[in-house]
Every structure is written in C-alpha cells, then in structure tokens.
Design a protein around this ligand. Structure first.
Ligand code: OOG
Ligand code: NI
Length: 462
C-alpha cells in the first residue's frame, strides 16, 4: 500500500479547516480579503520583495493559513490530539506557560519540524490545556472535571484511523481523506452548550476560559491566522472593513530586520448559544465569545542570547507603559516599545556576528584561494562570497504575545503580569511524550547547514 505523505495530509486538513472556518465566521473571510489586498499592495510597491518570494516559491502559498488554535480540557484529550496531529506530520514543539499572564492554561505548538516539511505546508496548531488544579474553588474544579469526563472529542472512526496509521506507518489516500473529514468534526463549532445557563455562568465567573473549554462538546477552532507582509497596514485598515482590531500589535516593534513574531487579532465575536433546560425542558438562549481572526508576520529566530535581550527589552517597555482594558494607552505603549528596542541591533549581519539570531548557510561561490573551508574562516568565506547566511524564520510562538491574544479575545486589552507556575512535567505526562526544544531545532539547522556547506566547498563546490 502506498501512503499519502503526512505533509499532504496536513495540507488537506488545513484546507478543510480554512473552508469550514470561513463559513462559520464570515468576519474571518473579510480579514483574509484585507490581508490579500495589503499583500498585493506591498508587492507592487516593492518588486524586489515580490521577486524574492517568487524565487523562494512562496508566492503561491502566501495566502495559506500559518496557524490555528484550540483549547483542551483533559490529559486524555491532549494525548489523543497529539496522535491526531502526528498523523499529519506535526509534533509538539515548545512549552508555553501562560500562568505568567494569569491564564489557567499551558500550551505547546504542534508543527512540522523539518525545513522541507515547513516549506511544503507550514500549518501549526497552538494547543492549550486547561489547568483546573490552579482553581481556588475546588468544588467547581471537580464539577468541571466531571463534565469534561463525559465528552469524547475525537470520533470513534477517527481514533480507528489514527491507530491504523500508527500500525501501518501511514495512511492511504482514501484513508487520509476519511481521516481529515473525521478530524474536522473535532474542531467544529457547536452552538448548543452541554451545561445549563447556571453552570455556564458559574464557570465563566471563575474564568471565561474555563467556560469556553468545559461547556461545549469539543475544542472548537478559535482562530486561524494568515501571514501578512505588512501587519501595521492591516491593523490600521481593519476598521475600514468593519473589523475591530485588538488595541496593540503583540511582539517586537516594526523594524528593518523583522525578529521573532508580530501578531494581532480582531476581537472575538459575541455569538448566540443555546443552553439545555433543566430536566429536558426548553433551552435558554445565551451568548458566548470565543472565535476570532488573527494575522502574523514572522522574522528571524533568535538564539537564547538574542531571546534574552528580547525579553529584557519587552519587559522594559511593559514597565513603562501599560495598555488598559479598553485599549487606553495603546499609543504610549507602542512608543515605549519602539524606544525599548533601540538597543537591539537591526541589521542581519550584526545579528549574526553577535550571536543573537539563527542563520542557515549555503554555498554561493568557489572557495577563495588561501582560505580553509573551516568554521573559523566563516567570516572570510562570507566576505569572499563563497558562503551566504540566510536568516532562519521563527516558526514558534511567544508566551507574552499569546497571553495578549488570549486576553483581548476574552474581552479585555488589559496587560497583566502574574507569578509563573510552570509545570512542564505535568504537561508532558498528559501529552505522552516530551516536547521538542525549538532552540535545538534552529541550532541543528544552523550547524548542519554550515557543516554541509563547508564540506561542499572542500569538495570543490561553488
Ligand atoms: C490562543 C492564543 C494564542 C497565538 O498565536 O499566540 C495564539 C488561544 O486563544 O487559544 O493564538
Ligand atoms: Ni494565534
């Protein structure tokens, strides 16, 4: 039996998710159109950029979604979702502790881990697990746990296909198509809550995130995120299209050389839901806000040293200006952010030489005479045009930014900084494996690319 490559299963899945979400959330379709218009304007104003994207074969994929997000209720759910995503070539990378922002969740990102797989289809899913152990009201936590124990978020047929894929080492095309259709069911929106209005209200009073996870049949996809070539332009123009953006763009400020990840979203929509009545009586109507749209702009991945500097600059900005619940102070914050980052080198060569960012090396010319193809000669080889260092795109997420996206979509733009209570062990036990270190992935690409490029130069390449 020939198997459909996991990368192709991921593409089928991300397309199906995109279509489903556009139908479920028409506002998201409006955002996609705005992103496309802005991307086209940026490319016609900058033909060199367009040529670069075309050469890197990125033009045709510019419009495909880069990520989505879900929130899970139990260890078993996380375990099965890991198996589901593995079927699509996505592994858990990174651990994000969102208790730093007062949110009762911790998270990972399921994503492709190789350069080739990322370039075929970069789709990833930011996946959070609710932490009922952080709730002070133990009776309410027990009740939430009991409610969650009654649901099964993955269909029986999907579980069968996952198991078959695990046993056979892949799925045939027919199996993969059925798998994608079944997997989609897990992420569909259900407007009928599984609990009464009273229970919903008590859970929401504890934390709106808890109500969102506990009161529905499954982990509805809560947003999808396309890539934009100019996030500031999209943010500024959302209101023209009747879209209400969150107050500030998360992440680093606008720079000549983009670093890490900048992201912003439109506020979650208030949607009608129906609660079951007590004892089978007619249901009560209510509303729930969970679903939104987001955009992202990615830059170069930072080394631990670069990340440390990033975290310090960000903390400085946040200590100087804070955004309030209704977005007040947003401009001051963006100014403070720009000021705090003036000390962060903003040219690619300095980022590389100072060991602040990760690069990928390739051969671009012959070995110059009198230079040895060794790591110590990298600067000479670059200067002579024998080697080129391309920035590695950051493929992961940022906990402070993620918290800002969460907060805004829980109805407040207020920034908060809380004590951290990370517990990666508990998370990994639920997951059934360790998360991959994102830093190790970038470092491996850098080291391997350099070793191979030097070997090729030694062998007479270029
Ligand atoms: C996830 C929010 C975080 C991101 O891109 O950092 C996020 C959620 O609201 O479930 O999407
Ligand atoms: Ni997101």
């Amino acid at each position: 039996m020939t198997h459909l490559p996991a990368d192709e299963i991921r593409t089928l899945f991300s397309q199906a998710m995109s279509e489903m979400y556009r139908q479920e959330v028409p506002q998201y379709g409006n955002l996609i159109e705005l992103v496309r218009d802005v991307n086209e304007e940026v490319m016609s104003a900058d033909p060199a950029l367009k040529a670069r994207l075309e050469a890197a074969d990125e033009l045709s994929r510019l419009d495909v979604e880069r990520h989505g997000a879900i929130r899970l209720g139990t260890a078993e759910e996380l375990f099965n979702i890991r198996r589901m995503f593995a079927t699509m070539g996505m592994a858990p990378v990174g651990y994000y502790d969102l208790s730093v922002a007062g949110l009762p969740v911790h998270s990972t990102a399921f994503r492709p881990t190789t350069t080739e797989a990322l370039s075929r289809n970069p789709f990833r899913v930011f996946t959070s697990l609710i932490r009922l152990e952080l709730l002070e009201d133990r009776a309410l936590a027990a009740e939430a746990e009991e409610i969650l124990s009654r649901r099964a978020i993955v269909t029986p047929r999907c579980l069968e296909l996952i198991a078959e894929g695990e046993a056979q080492g892949g799925l045939t095309r027919a199996q993969a198509e059925e798998f994608v259709a079944e997997a989609l069911e897990t992420f569909r929106w259900h407007s009928d809550a599984t609990v009464t209005a009273g229970t919903y209200a008590r859970l929401a009073a504890e934390h709106r995130l808890i109500a969102d996870v506990v009161c529905f049949r499954g982990p509805h996809i809560n947003h999808l995120t396309p890539r934009t070539l100019d996030i500031d332009a999209v943010q500024a123009r959302m209101p023209e299209r009747g879209i209400a953006p969150k107050a500030v763009i998360e992440g680093p400020p606008r720079r000549a050389v983009d670093i890490l990840l900048r992201q912003t979203s439109f506020k979650a929509l208030e949607e009608p839901i129906l609660f079951p009545g007590e004892g089978g009586s007619n249901g009560e109507e209510g509303t729930h806000t969970a679903r939104f749209g987001e955009i992202e702009q990615r830059g170069v991945a930072l080394t631990p040293r670069g990340r440390d500097l990033y975290d310090r600059c960000l903390a400085e900005a946040r200590s100087r200006a804070a955004v309030g619940a209704t977005g007040e102070g947003a401009e001051d914050y963006m100014d403070a952010l720009a000021a705090a980052f003036t000390g962060f080198p903003d040219d690619a060569d300095r980022l590389r030489r100072e060991g602040l960012a990760f690069f990928r090396y390739r051969v671009a010319g012959p070995l110059p005479e009198g230079v040895e193809p060794v790591a110590e000669a990298v600067e000479d080889l670059l200067a002579a045009g024998a080697l080129v260092a391309d920035p590695q795109t950051y493929e992961d997420f940022l906990p402070v930014s993620a918290a800002g996206i969460f907060q805004s979509n829980l109805g407040t733009d207020a920034q908060s900084n809380f004590d951290e209570t990370a517990n990666q062990d508990v998370f990994e036990t639920a997951l059934g494996c360790a998360v991959t270190s994102e830093t190790a992935l970038y470092r491996d690409v850098e080291e391997t690319s350099l070793t191979e490029a030097l070997a090729a130069l030694a062998g007479g390449a270029g």
